[in-house]
Design a protein around this ligand. Structure first.
Ligand code: SF4
Length: 310
């Protein structure tokens, strides 16, 4: 039974040492279509529980490696771990400057104890795949006790009081949450949140059920449907096919004004001539670099100070 894994190099969060809070079996309150684990009946609590002492003992053996973040994750949903609060307290005693992060599907935020426990972490990543109840049920196949309206309300409350870095992740499944209507609903909710970054992704690994992801081009098109003040990042590149199109100076400035991009995005979207123009615009300081979380975005100098009004 392996509790600690890594470190792995994650583009989004840096060098991460993972803690699996459900190492012996999948225990999750969702049964997502896109899960990389096998389909499993949902649960609302863990029945196979690892001791805090055991986790801390193993963690101490791995902490000598240089890492940026200790990531709480699971074969399933880590926020179902019943001793999460105590575990975070024990990690805080030994982590020094390392950040703590949880990757959660957000549903357990409706439990006040979990809500308050997550406030203690340095970074939190909340998933939010859909706002409409029927689409949420189709994609995430939640435990019968979970209502998306209540989850969304708790995500909003959490974003208001949380002091650390909050990341939101939306995973798009072809034909389900990639419609104009659902993106508009997601956009409306995202505009009410205080968050560091919003990662848009799609299916990157073999899914539990026969569903398809969307292409990088479709993800990019969806990213443009969101309000341009949102800190959107396209996190998925598995289905990326280089576009290599020509962008004039105006095109470059307009594109980055609508949606700041990373160099990885630029390499997929721009042809060589456009990249040379981009570098010139950077040298002329018409375009500047802005760090958001662990990633560097290019943004026109003219709108660097633009702030979203909540
Ligand atoms: S929440 Fe995560 S672990 Fe649970 S079913 Fe969905 S993808 Fe799998």
């Amino acid at each position: 039974m392996q509790i600690i894994f890594g470190p792995v190099n994650s583009r989004r969060f840096g060098t991460s040492l993972g803690i699996d809070l459900s190492p012996s079996a999948k225990q999750c309150n969702f049964d997502c279509l896109y899960c990389e684990l096998a389909p499993t009946a949902t649960v609302d609590k863990q029945t196979q529980v690892v001791e805090v002492n055991e986790i801390i003992k193993e963690l101490k053996n791995h902490l000598s490696t240089k890492i940026d973040v200790i990531t709480l994750t699971a074969n399933g949903e880590p926020s179902l771990y019943p001793h999460l609060s105590q575990l975070i307290d024990e990690i805080d005693k030994i982590k020094n400057n390392t950040q703590t992060l949880i990757l959660t599907n957000s549903a357990a935020l409706v439990d006040e104890k979990v809500f308050n426990t997550l406030l203690k972490l340095d970074w939190v990543k909340l998933s939010l795949d859909a706002i409409s109840s029927d689409i949420f049920k189709k994609i995430d196949r939640p435990h019968e006790s979970i209502k998306i309206e209540e989850v969304v309300q708790k995500v909003q409350e959490f974003s208001k009081v949380y002091k650390g870095k909050l990341f939101i992740e939306i995973l798009f499944v072809h034909g389900l949450n990639d419609t104009v209507e659902e993106v508009a609903k997601l956009n409306n909710i995202l505009m009410t949140l205080n968050c560091t970054r919003i990662d848009l992704g799609t299916i990157d690994r073999p899914p539990a059920y026969p569903v398809m992801g969307i292409s990088y081009k479709e993800l990019h098109d969806i990213s443009l449907m969101f309000n341009n003040s949102l800190p959107i990042h396209i996190a998925s590149r598995v289905h990326a096919e280089p576009n290599n199109a020509y962008y004039s100076d105006d095109d470059i400035l307009n594109t980055l004004d609508k949606r700041p991009l990373t160099m990885d995005d630029i390499n997929l979207l721009f042809d060589e001539e456009s990249k040379i123009s981009l570098n010139r615009l950077i040298n002329e300081e018409q375009i500047v670099k802005k760090r958001v979380g662990n990633l560097e975005f290019l943004i026109p100098h003219a709108n660097i100070k633009r702030k979203r009004k909540n």
